[in-house]
Design a protein around this ligand. Structure first.
Ligand code: SAH
Length: 364
């Protein structure tokens, strides 16, 4: 291993190593939460010079179609007064810029609220959106206005807990230190069988069951708020729509996958989003589940083809780049099927554009 407790004088590696040496292994969730807090606090990770590229940074079309979706459902809900645009983890503020510009053309000019913890990204967002209001978590969002909530690649950054099937039963998967001082996944000691759904109780030895209590808490809070205040929400992320086993924890640095247990805080740690569980949580909290669609099909239904054509006609020299961006967002081999869009709304609100096909197929 290239990194161990002795190779970094300070930083999170040393903090974790001391903690584990003194008190024993820490949970994967603890490791991931602290790593990402450290990772995001200090940098802008987005773009070619950073670690990864997100959909809004690929093309303005992504944010524009989201803005049009919001304006459309808000208008069909009767244009309730004083709407708020709320974005969770807005990155550079690019999606908000494109979405708000398009929403305005659709007659929607909302107050703007951002939920963000990274000082580095808040400062970029402030430049792009000087009149927005910032929040460290959802608890301080307005309670008396309809909320139009957007989160792109936000839930995947929230910590996951992992359970592993050991010979003697289910245990929490933890992070410990090996003989060389490197971080390694280890099996915890406490029985966790009671936390495993019946579907997976008899999985074979070595099976891993992942869940994100933090993502569940965010979706529950969003759903409960829109049920009471009115509104709608879009969660866009890579993830799955059927319950599944296996670790999806990954680390990305400079556009490459790296070992998540090396140099915590230096790479972006993510896990795939369990959309089936989140839809059920949203419904239990009182919201209406509008559907969960693949990103490619959803953008196509919203007219990304026509939008790409219009942009290309307006700037023929950029036509090829526009076409390439549309493909990157929608093609199955790119972001089109791995990424999903989940829509929620207040139960009295109408259907959301782009989800019709999913609804026709019914719930998984
Ligand atoms: N939505 C943007 C950025 C995605 S990166 C885009 O699509 O380009 C993840 C974003 O979530 C960053 O803005 C990061 O700072 C923020 N974030 C990560 N964990 C967070 C947390 N626990 N609370 C609030 N924001 C968080």
């Amino acid at each position: 291993m290239s990194s161990n407790a002795n190779s970094a004088a300070g930083g999170l590696t040393a903090v974790f190593a001391r903690l584990i040496a003194a008190t024993g292994p820490i949970s994967i969730a603890h490791y991931m939460a602290e790593s990402n807090a450290r990772y995001y606090a200090a940098r802008d990770p987005l773009g070619a010079a950073g670690d990864f590229v997100t959909a809004p940074e690929i093309s303005q079309m992504f944010g524009e179609l989201i803005g049009l979706w919001l304006a459309d459902i808000w208008r069909r809900a009767g244009s309730p007064e004083r709407p708020c645009y709320v974005e969770l983890g807005p990155g550079r503020g690019t999606l908000a810029r494109d979405a708000l510009r398009a929403a305005k053309r659709g007659g929607l000019v909302p107050d703007v609220h951002f939920v963000e913890t990274s000082p580095a990204l808040i400062s970029l967002q402030r430049t792009a959106h000087p009149s927005a209001t910032w929040h460290h978590d959802l608890s301080s969002l307005p309670t008396d206005q309809p909320l139009l909530i957007v989160a792109n690649e936000f839930l995947d950054a929230l910590p996951v807990r992992q359970l592993v099937r050991a010979a003697s039963g289910w245990r929490e998967r933890m992070v410990g230190l090996d003989a060389n001082g490197a971080f390694v996944p280890v099996v915890g000691t406490r029985p966790m069988d009671a936390a495993v759904p019946a579907l997976f109780a008899d999985a074979g030895e070595g099976a891993i069951l992942e869940a994100s209590p933090a993502a569940a808490a965010v979706v529950q809070d969003v759903a409960a708020r829109i049920a009471v205040q009115g509104g709608a929400a879009l969660f866009i992320d890579y993830g799955f729509v059927q319950p599944q086993l296996g670790s999806t924890l990954q680390a990305v640095r400079a556009h490459r996958k790296v070992d998540p247990f090396v140099e915590p805080g230096k790479a972006d740690l993510t896990a795939h989003v369990d959309f089936a569980s989140l839809a059920a949580i949203a419904e239990a909290a009182g919201a209406r589940w509008l559907g969960t669609s693949e990103q490619g099909g959803w953008l196509a239904a919203l007219g990304i083809g026509a939008r790409a054509g219009a942009l290309a006609r307006a700037a023929p020299e950029a036509a090829e780049a526009i076409e390439a961006a549309a493909l990157r967002l929608t093609a199955p081999a790119e972001m089109g099927t791995l990424f999903k869009v989940m829509g929620l709304a207040e139960p009295g609100w109408p259907d959301g554009a782009g989800f019709a096909r999913v609804n026709a197929e019914g719930r998984a």
